[in-house]
Write a protein that binds this ligand. Structure first.
Ligand code: PMP
Length: 310
């Protein structure tokens, strides 16, 4: 596993500081009890426009506000302020490349699991290219771990505590020779993968699990529901049974980090002919054009970094 490059700067509570100075207390409830909500966003460099576009910043900020509210991390800056801090940090880091932004809201210093302060926020922005599996695809198993239910630790919020469940599923899959895992919920239907949502093409429709299936309400998923019909079949949200994945013509895994990754097999059973499907490829191309600012009708989803401060 390669170490991620250290960014030169980070934003701590609204101030840009050298990355080494962006530290937390070892007794921070954000660390000791995972009282931490976060977001991961991508920035896309468009060389023809000489512009870096942050994708769907308001939606990510709204989800961060919601996640924070649920776990009672109160008083974080509003979405506009966090977006302005993000673009300012990207400029400070001289970011002219595809990149990844992580924003965290947490309880710092020293306290117990119900501590409500001090509330802290931090942002990092670092170069991050496309994952290799965007082209190559990935092999999935169905995990022996079940997805956290909403009445235990709600997957709908992006809280670091939920990622132990993802880690267990991901580690098991890799140990068993797969690339990643489909995680079933308590009802035995498909929820999502460790860090992204699942779509399958079956009988001519794209199908993805509903928001009540124990998923993070993914912004990539929402985007694809909105745009898939532009270039191919549209998307139906309904429960997915495990064996439907064995019968799917195509399937993919999606999220901010992965974008759209073809699923080549599930439990060693090939999906379609076992190679990335034509509709998946069409959707990948469309997604790339829109996130990079090459489709005028979706420009509202992009926040430019360079030029006038936002
Ligand atoms: N599910 C989980 C568990 C995730 O961690 C992610 C990545 N944020 C997603 C789905 C995809 O969400 P998004 O498209 O908003 O990145």
């Amino acid at each position: 596993m390669t170490q991620a490059a250290r960014p030169p700067f980070a934003t701590m509570n609204g101030c840009i500081v050298p990355f080494e100075k962006a530290t937390v207390s070892i007794m921070a409830p954000g660390l000791t009890f995972s009282v931490l909500a976060f977001e991961g966003l991508r920035g896309y460099w468009n060389s023809a426009h000489e512009q870096l576009y942050v994708f769907r910043a308001p939606e990510h900020m709204a989800r961060l506000a919601f996640s924070s509210r649920v776990i009672e991390i109160d008083g974080i800056p509003d979405g506009q302020a966090l977006t302005a801090q993000t673009t300012e940090l990207a400029r400070a880091c001289e970011m002219r490349d595809d990149c990844y932004v992580r924003i965290q809201a947490y309880i710092d210093d020293l306290g117990d699991m119900s501590a409500r302060g001090p509330v802290a926020t931090s942002i990092i922005c670092r170069p991050r290219g496309r994952v290799k599996s965007f082209v190559e695809g990935m092999h999935f198993c169905v995990s022996s771990w079940r997805r956290l239910p909403d009445d235990v630790s709600p997957p709908r919020i992006k809280a670091s505590a939920n990622y132990l469940n993802s880690r267990l599923a991901g580690l098991e899959a890799k140990r068993d020779g797969y690339d990643s895992a489909v995680i079933l919920n308590r009802d035995g239907t498909v929820s999502e993968g460790p860090g992204g949502c699942i779509f399958m093409l079956r009988e001519g429709d794209w199908i993805t699990s509903p928001v009540t299936a124990g998923i993070l309400e993914s912004i990539t998923r929402r985007t694809l529901i909105e745009v898939a019909g532009d270039v191919g079949p549209s998307v139906i949200e309904r429960d997915i049974d495990r064996t439907e994945l064995y019968d799917a013509d195509e399937a993919f895994y999606c999220g901010t980090g992965q974008e759209i990754v073809p699923i080549l097999s599930v439990d060693r059973k090939p999906v379609g002919d076992g190679s990335p499907g034509a509709e998946t490829r069409r959707l990948q191309a469309h997604y790339d054009a829109l996130v990079r600012g090459n489709l005028e009708q979706y420009r509202d989803w992009l926040t430019p970094v360079w030029g006038e401060p936002q």
